[in-house]
Design a protein around this ligand. Sequence first.
Ligand code: CP
Length: 332
Amino acid sequence: MFHVVDTEAFDRKRLDQLCELATAVRRVAKTAEGSRFLQQLLPTRRAMLYFTQPSTRTFLSMNNACHVLGIRTSEIRDPEVSSEVKGETFEDSIRTFSSYVDLIVMRTPEPGYAARAAALMDTIPRPVPIINAGSGRDQHPTQALLDIYTLERSFEDRGGIDGRTIGMMGDLKRGRTVRSLSRLMCHYEDVRLVYIAPPAFEIEPDIRAFLDSHEIAYVETGRLHEVLPELDAIYVTRMQSEHDTAGESANVDLSDFSIDERELAQMKPDAVIMHPLPRGREIHPRVDADPRAMYWRQERNGMWMRVALLATIFDSQDAILEADTRGLYRED
Ligand code: CP
């Protein structure tokens, strides 16, 4: 694995390997000795975190995932403090980062930039891997990885993701997490997707075409209460108002697309509630205390999954799996 620009980077074998590795990392990191072992795996590597769109958890989990493995990090989070304000092109900026580091993790407000950075790497003498940490409305492949890991962990006693009915709710038109997660579903057997959204924010035609071409069963509805009892998981998303061009978000009543006590009462007792976060009002804070609320664990899974991804890119996965298998750093 080299670049991670979109979900095409992953097949089922790779997804299963990354989930297994994330669990191994989690176990090894439980002890101080294990954490020190992980930190000495990649101390000579350096990463650039180039986030020109706001982020809390992707930035912090990627930064801390690097630190877990001993990778040192640099960052630019505001293009106003880079030489782009002097007219430097995007390509020249990326090439400059690659002169100093071994990996570039990037988030941009517009789609296509991670792909442009990866294409540039094919033309220069010292290419480095590019990881897309969110590209406009288009893709968020590492979020989809941690979502898959959270689903796998949630269903590990029920045969995993295969055969599950998974709802996705909210602003499905502009939500890149739903777009990326939907695409990864082509690697699982007999999954049924239920998209729940107001008419103005339904999934885009390209996602419908993808689902059809991969024969993934799905339905679309605006009626949450009719489908809630059948869901094994519901993936809730917020209104993506940062993409408004004419205040579209304000015209939609999201109260019909939210989770509170009434909805909890309708859900299966072992269903899981996920959310990529940050949330708006679509999940009431009192839902946090319900054992089905998985979004805080999902958020933490993001760091472990990103450690697994970095370890795989830099070929350290076998050392971690061996340490875990041999129980070298387990608590007594
Ligand atoms: N889920 C997610 O991408 O969160 P941030 O925008 O805080 O990184």
